[in-house]
Structure formats: C-alpha cells, structure tokens
Design a protein around this ligand. Sequence first.
Ligand code: ADP
Ligand code: CDP
Length: 222
Amino acid sequence: GPVVVAIDGPSGSGKSTVSRAVAARLGLSFLDTGAMYRAMTWWMLANEVDVEDADAVAIACGKPVIVSGTDAAGPTITVDGQDVSGPIRGPEVTGKVSAVAAVPAVRARLVELQRGCAAHAERGIVAEGRDMGSVVFPDATVKVFLTASERARSERRAAELRAKGVDEATITAMAADLARRDAADSSRETAPLTQAADAVLVDTSELTLDQVIDTIAALVEE
Ligand code: ADP
Ligand code: CDP
C-alpha cells in the first residue's frame, strides 16, 4: 500500500519542520494534524463556544468545515473556506488547544479527516502530531517518536517567535505554556501523547535539523 510515515512527539521537538522536509525530499504529502486541532479551537473561540465545557465543544465540533492542503511545498489550512494559518499560531489558540483536543468527539471527527487525507495522498504521506503512530495510523510504514530536552524545545520555540518579531513577554508566556500543554497532552484520557511500541525514538537535542531529516528519510528508504 501507500507509504505512511507517522511522526509524534512533544511541542518543539521538530515534528512540523522535519516532517515537511522529509515529505518534500521523498515526494510525499504532508499533514500537520496539530494545525487541525488548532483550527477547531480557533473556530470555537470565534463562535464563543466555552472551550472549558467539554459537552458544549462536543456538540459544536461537527459544524466547522476544516480542510488541510497537504502539499509539502505549501501546506494550507482553512475553516469554512477562510485561511486560518496565521491566527491558529497565536497565544489565544495555543492556550486553549489542549482542552479542545481532549474532547473525544473532536478527536473522532479529526481522526476521520486525517485518514481521508492519507487515503487521498498520491504517493503516500508524512503525518505528524501526538497520536499518529498510536491511534490514527497503527499500520504506518515507519513510526518515529521525536523528542528533545524541555530546555532545547522551549529555546527553539522562543527563537522561532523572536524571528517572527513576537514581543518578549509573549515569548516567555508561550515557553511556560509549552510545559503545561505537554503535561495536559500526556495525561488526558483519550489518545494521550505516548511513544508507540514499534516507534523509533529520535532525540533531537544534540542533532542538527539536517541530521534529523537524514535519519528519518533513511528509515523510510530502508
Ligand atoms: P513541533 O512541530 O514539534 O512543535 P517545530 O518543527 O514547529 O516543532 O519547531 C521546532 C523548531 O526547532 C523549528 O524552528 C526548527 O527549525 C528548530 N530546530 C532547531 N534544531 C532542530 C533539530 N535538531 N531538530 C528539529 N528542530 C530543530
Ligand atoms: O507545534 P506544537 O508542537 O506547539 O503544537 P501542534 O503540533 O500544533 O499541536 C497543538 C495541540 O494540538 C497539541 O498541544 C495537542 O493538544 C493537540 N494535538 C493532538 O491532541 N493530537 C494531535 N495529533 C496533534 C495535536
């Protein structure tokens, strides 16, 4: 069947950057599933759904039409036809996304969309998130669990935000939020962040981006 590369790990471990580069190099599609949870959260906030109320989120989550463009050269994400790639990275969505992602009905809906993306990928797909290897694609061709020390991860995220011109107070707040989000993502009941038994662990703390990309591409080409 088509190649499915499942990449999971905590925030700032390099999933998006590395997955997109591996997909581009190997001519595969690319799916950022975190962007889908962020898009769902953006819609909840825009429509004044109380995101701390799991029942309210479950009832509303069937409404937004979320579409992921899976071209590795230029991935896109829209909600009801609107490009939300900018606002979904802001602190408002980042602060609430773990609560929305913990709601089983949200996960059921997005998992179905994710499997649809993989089914429609021409040559195969690199899909990254928290539960790609454990839940969404249990039969993936290759599973990778990317990690890095918490310090390396928060420093990378800070450097990224600084390069975007984000102010220091927001950077500090988002660094603190990273640890909180990882704890929430790892301890929730439905599809907690966990390394699948058959996933290859890659610790990126002491590796360059190119070394990580080479390592994963080699696993796929094996
Ligand atoms: P995630 O999707 O896991 O949250 P991202 O790919 O968004 O991670 O962010 C990781 C950031 O760290 C990117 O800005 C990336 O360029 C940077 N980075 C620096 N060194 C590495 C490395 N060795 N491996 C992965 N990412 C790295
Ligand atoms: O880029 P970053 O690592 O900061 O986060 P992301 O990959 O964009 O994911 C945002 C949030 O979505 C995570 O903190 C999880 O709460 C949730 N998520 C999830 O539950 N399952 C996935 N497969 C992907 C993301």
